[in-house]
Design a protein around this ligand. Structure first.
Ligand code: CDP
Length: 211
């Protein structure tokens, strides 16, 4: 079974997807971590973020692989390095290239083959697994999303965080391949006034409705 959770930056998708996967005994695929990992290697190697061909070549050679809940590059798991402002600033540019996206979609489908999983991202219910049994579009107001992100990373300026995620949402929504949008058949869940626990309860209810 596949559960697709899409939505804008900072809506809490990864936290909720991880908790939901745990509750259901499924694995969690964090697709954003894949794009972030490619951005991270590209920054490290000084690859031109404007070149889809160079990024696709890097993706083909850096041994990027999903892990339950994360990602590895060259056999090494990456963690907090993926959450820096430098990666935040580069990731949507990297994720914009059709050549990068098609390969990322292939990697995700291959990894998910035969697995029960909860995957979160931008194009899971529209492109990666349009046949997913349950599709959710998780959202919240821009102010709430910025506050959550700022709370996760103390020291960042709230207004700047808000600007950064608004800019990323715009770039993610405007691209021609795999743009951020509500998938056909997706249930909209607004998390502005909900705790993580409340969101997870609601999603469990959508996956396994009470008789
Ligand atoms: O955690 P947050 O919502 O800020 O972002 P993320 O899920 O880690 O994704 C980071 C970025 O990767 C997004 O802003 C997109 O540019 C890109 N991404 C994508 O294009 N497609 C996906 N399925 C997942 C992420």
């Amino acid at each position: 079974m596949k559960i697709a959770i899409d939505g804008p930056a900072g809506a809490g998708k990864s936290t909720v997807a991880r908790a939901l996967a745990q509750r259901l005994g499924f694995v969690h695929l964090d697709s954003g971590a894949l794009y972030r990992a490619l951005a991270w290697v590209a920054l490290r190697e000084g690859v031109d973020l404007g070149s889809g061909a160079d990024l696709a070549h890097l993706l083909a050679t850096c041994r990027l692989a999903p892990l339950p809940d994360g990602v590895s590059v060259e056999g090494v798991a990456l963690g907090e390095a993926l959450k820096t402002p430098q990666v935040d600033a580069a990731v949507s540019q990297v994720a914009w290239h059709p050549a990068v996206r098609s390969e990322m979609v292939r990697i995700q489908r291959q990894w998910g083959e035969g697995r029960d999983l909860v995957a979160d991202g931008r194009d899971i219910g529209t492109v990666v697994w349009p046949e997913a049994e349950v599709k959710i579009f998780l959202t919240a107001t821009l102010a709430a999303r910025a506050e959550r992100r700022a709370a996760e990373q103390p020291g960042l300026d709230l207004a700047q965080v808000e600007e950064e995620i608004a800019r990323r949402d715009e770039k993610d929504s405007a691209r021609s391949v795999g743009p951020l949008r509500v998938a056909d058949g997706a249930r909209l869940v607004d998390t502005t006034a909900l705790t993580v626990e409340e969101v997870v309860d609601r999603l469990v209810e959508l996956v396994r409705p009470k008789p």
